[in-house]
Structure formats: C-alpha cells, structure tokens
Design a protein around this ligand. Sequence first.
Ligand code: TRP
Length: 334
Amino acid sequence: MYNDKKVVFSGVQPSGNLTIGNYLGAIKNFSAFSEDYHCFYCVVDMHAITVRQVPAELRRRTYETLALYMACGLDPQKNTLFVQSHVPAHAELGWILDCYTMFGELSRMTQFKDKSQKNADNINAGLFTYPSLMAADILLYQTEMVPVGSDQRQHLELARDIATRFNGIYGDTFVIPEGYTPKDGARIMSLAEPTKKMSKSDANENAVVRILDDKDAIIRKFKRAVTDSDTEIRAGADKAGITNLLTIYSCFTGKTVEEAEREFAGFGYGDFKLAVGEACADALAPVRAEFNRLIADKAYLETVMAEGAEAAYRCARRTMSKVRRKLGFTELKR
Ligand code: TRP
C-alpha cells in the first residue's frame, strides 16, 4: 500500500524502439490502472548498462522513453514516472538483495544465458545480478502487481522468492508481488514469422512495427506481412499470419476479431493487409505527434523526471529504513 492505494510497478529499458506489441500488450492499457492503483513506471537506465552503451545515446533514449510513455497516455499527474538512477535506493537495495539471492538461482535465468551468449566478450557481474536489481525495483515500492511480458516471468518469480526468503528471516518486510499479463488479444506476433512473438530487437525490420514508425513504413511492413497460401480471412490455429493481422486490427479499432472477419469477408489478402496498416497508422498518428511535441520540450521532461524521482524516493525511503533496521545496520543520527 502507498497512500492507501495498492501499487503497480513496471520498468522499461531506455530504448525508443518500442513496438506495437509493447503498445497493445502493455503500455496502452497502463493508464487504466491509475484509477485503482498507485502506479510507478521506471526507465531502468541502470539495467541498461549491463550491456555496453554509448553514453550520448543512453541519455537520448532515456528522454525518449519517458516521452513515449507520456505520449502513449501515461499522465505524470496520475502516475509516478521516473528514471531509476535518480533514486539511489534502487542500487542500495539491489546490493542488499544480492546477499539474499543464490548463485544457483541466478545461474538458471534464461535471459542471463541468452545475453551471455550474445555478449560473450562482456559477461559482467551486473548482467548476472540483473534480476536482484529488478527485484529491488519492485520490492522498494511494496508492489502488489507487476505488468510483465512472458520473457520477464522468470525474473518476477525470482523476485517473489527473494522477498519470501527475506520475510522468512526478518519478518514481514516486503509485499510479495504478483505478475500481471493481460488477457488475449494482447500477444502480437512478428509480421515475418507469425508464430514468434514480435520482438523489439528482431534483426529483420520488416518483422516489427514500432510505435514511432511513420505511416509509409507502417504500410510497407504490413504489405509484406507473411500470410498463407489460402485465401480466407479468418482466425485459426492453422492461420498464424492472418490471425495476427486480425488481432492487430481488432486492438487498434476496438472491434472484435469476429467483427473484423465479417468486415473483410471476400477481401483479397493485399487489400486486407493495407486496411490493417491504415488502421495501425491512423491510431498511432496522435501518439507520434504527441511524442514529437514532448521530445522538443526538454525542460518539461526534466520537470517530470524531477517530480517523479521525488515521489518515488518518498515511497522508497520508507522501505529502506525498515530494511536497514531489520538487517541490523546502525542508524545515523544527524
Ligand atoms: N527487466 C525488464 C525488461 O527488460 C525491465 C525491468 C527492470 C522491470 N525492472 C523491472 C520490469 C521491474 C518490471 C518490473 O523488460
């Protein structure tokens, strides 16, 4: 609980390259939580440095990610939007939790195994302890609910295990967080390989539609979307490509998949793909315009960062003083 509301926390890596999968599956729905929850959305720049970053780009992407969240409808008056490195308690609790996280647990993380393969020349300790920093992010705010993609489920489970272990030793300290994955309609697949989830790091740009892509790029990508050798526009297990396009159309227009199937009955695949591309581009046009407006106003973004960090710190410091006391750290009397 924070200010009498349950807490939602989610972290996002600072990359301006979020996809329509991130948008439809997550961010677009986040603004609805702020009615019932106190929501913290954090740009995790400290997690980002587990792989080598170009400093100027990291800085630019941090602004962009914040602006993109706001452009997607997250109002900084209703949500706490902040940057992880602005609240040092993340690093502090991260270290503490490292001491309650087992080497074996971290070794089993599939993301660590993947990333070590991809960054064989830089398998640093931060890459290994990434999940305990993520646990710190979540546990600092006494978070009840964490919207996460399926790739982060294992990390969330570990955060729960760490919290349970700590509570078992020291008595109730942390709320045990639950993961939240939105219901169906939210899983957006690659346009090139529609049995695979759309991934923001896909090497094939035609497979991914990004929130900030312009209309031409969006239409071009949808025109190239992989379908099947059939001619029928209907959803089904044997029709991954068409099903994905129907899902995307349905998410952007608010129509059901059945309504979309009826609407496109008798259409050729080419016209159908164009219509989906148009619906997507139209829905994203205002997001892009708002992003462009925000990113040009650095001073305003900096105010949002400052206020967010302040609000996050107010909540985090309560957890930190509890944790310090439980651990037996001496208190500094000033
Ligand atoms: N690891 C998450 C990702 O790569 C980002 C993240 C960091 C996060 N801290 C978090 C997500 C806390 C949810 C809660 O997507």
